[in-house]
Design a protein around this ligand. Structure first.
Ligand code: TRP
Length: 463
């Protein structure tokens, strides 16, 4: 319990529960859907190297900062800053986070809905093919089948909206159930299973004929790529690092506020970041060998995984059963992430605007619902929303590290990181150096560069 708390605040019950919930938030479509296609569009291995660098030097410090803020304040992102920095404007960071939560939840839930369509389709394939596996189809036919299928599905419009609504409903249901009995309970079961399935997929993918080229694409850097589009590659790597770790918008401030005082925050952050990064790399190892083996373009874009994965499943004995299980789990992984985004809005509504948890969730779902339907209907809105985390999250992260590095008294952050003296904090000076100088300077520089390069593409003449 936090100091002077009413004593009713819900919390995660165990160390494993904390890690499962935070890793559940971090691991999701960002790892399995977004990472492969963004890496594919940005040169593969070169992107991966820069991405890893950002995770270590910026991602983990931002994550620790969010945990410190949340756990010491025992509040939602807006209330947390109001409480630790009363009378100051820092709480705007929290408001920015709530706005980002609306945008992310809208497009993210749409993509999460696609998994349900694929789930249903794999059942249909099982029922209609009469046998397991499409081993007779050649590569070209496979690709066309799924591309055509995807286009047909998306252009149908009403089905994506239906699946979006279904996902939103599940998300709301779990959030209304609460932190321990909803969020933690589901994450603890779903995350380990996802992990196992992904490993099975990798084994299938790397043993495909021609798989080596995909592994080289992911692991052997071709620096000429970096020379061609350095700004885009670096900015998208930063955006992806923020997106994948769920940092920069207060999700982990909110979750931090549910972490008990006895848990080790730095250890949790490192574990979560390691698990998240591992899953992204493993997802890449499952996708790229198949991409090259089947002659798919790695720069395909958001539909990459939705073409590639079914193609792998077709080549596996019993593949349609695997497909079914995989899309089910992808849907669950997405769910443990959507609940963490919705939780930000719900914690804000319920604590700052004194609504009940249930009413807060319903209001949030309905308003995100409108945005989400826009995303499902318009590829353009979807594209803008999907690209906005690249700038919005680093912006939030910038202010969060400034707050910890320059505003919050050092004894406070150290106290929180050591859990009141229980854990050693030998890394503390390094941490402060990163949040005081490295992270803010790097983010500010890249943010300005990112805004500038976007303006140039919008108004080519002005450059
Ligand atoms: N990290 C999640 C993923 O990779 C998505 C997500 C959940 C998120 N909560 C977030 C992204 C908060 C940014 C901020 O799928």
């Amino acid at each position: 319990m936090g100091e002077g708390e009413p004593g009713l605040r819900d919390s995660f019950s165990s160390k494993f529960g904390v890690i499962a919930a935070a890793a559940g938030s971090a691991i999701g479509l960002g790892n399995i859907w977004r990472f492969p296609y963004v890496a594919g569009q940005n040169g593969g291995a070169v992107f991966l190297i820069i991405y890893l660098l950002f995770i270590a030097a910026i991602g983990i410090p931002v994550m620790m900062s969010e945990f410190i803020i949340g756990r010491s304040a025992q509040r939602n992102p807006v209330g947390a800053f109001k409480r630790i920095a009363p009378g100051k404007k820092w709480y705007f960071i929290g408001l920015l986070g709530v706005v980002s939560a609306f945008i992310i939840l809208a497009f993210y839930t749409v993509v999460a809905g696609w998994t349900l369509e694929y789930l249903i389709q794999s059942v249909k394939w099982m029922a209609t093919s009469g046998r397991l596996g499409f081993s007779q189809m050649d590569n070209a036919a496979l690709k066309e089948f799924f591309t055509g299928h995807y286009q047909g599905f998306i252009d149908g419009k009403w089905r994506p909206i239906l699946w979006f609504v279904v996902m939103m409903f599940f998300t709301g249901y779990i959030v209304i159930s609460g932190v321990k009995n909803g969020i933690e309970k589901y994450a603890k079961i779903l995350m380990p299973v996802l992990f196992l399935l992904l490993i099975i997929l990798v084994v299938r993918s790397v043993t495909l004929e021609g798989a080596g080229e995909g592994l080289l694409f992911l692991f052997r850097p071709d620096f000429s790529q970096l020379v061609q589009a350095p700004v885009r590659i670096i900015i998208e790597a930063l955006g992806q690092a923020f997106f994948s770790l769920s940092i920069g918008m207060g999700t982990l401030i909110t979750y931090g506020s549910y972490i008990q005082k006895k848990e080790n925050l730095a250890g949790t952050a490192v574990n979560v970041a390691a698990a998240d990064t591992f899953i992204a790399v493993v997802a890449g190892m499952a996708i790229f060998p198949a991409v090259f083996a089947f002659g798919i373009d790695p720069g395909e874009g958001p539909e990459l995984v939705y073409i590639t994965l079914p193609a792998i499943f077709q080549r596996m004995p019993g593949g349609l059963i695997w497909a079914f299980m995989f899309f089910l789990l992808l849907c669950f992984a997405a769910l443990t992430s959507t609940i963490s985004v919705l939780e930000v809005i719900v914690a804000y509504f319920s604590e700052q605007l004194s609504m009940t948890r249930r009413n807060a969730a319903i209001l949030a779902m309905v308003s995100v619902g409108f945005l989400g339907i826009l995303c499902a209907l318009s590829g353009k809105v979807f594209g803008i929303f999907n690209a906005s985390p690249d700038l919005l999250l680093p912006l939030g992260g910038f202010f969060i590290v400034l707050f910890i590095g320059w505003f919050l008294p050092k004894d406070k952050s150290r106290q929180e990181l050591s859990s009141g003296g229980t854990y050693r904090t030998k890394y503390y000076r390094l941490f402060i150096f990163l949040v005081k100088f490295v992270a803010p300077l790097a983010i500010a520089f890249l943010f300005i560069l990112g805004v500038y390069s976007r303006l140039i593409t919008l108004f080519p003449g002005a450059g």
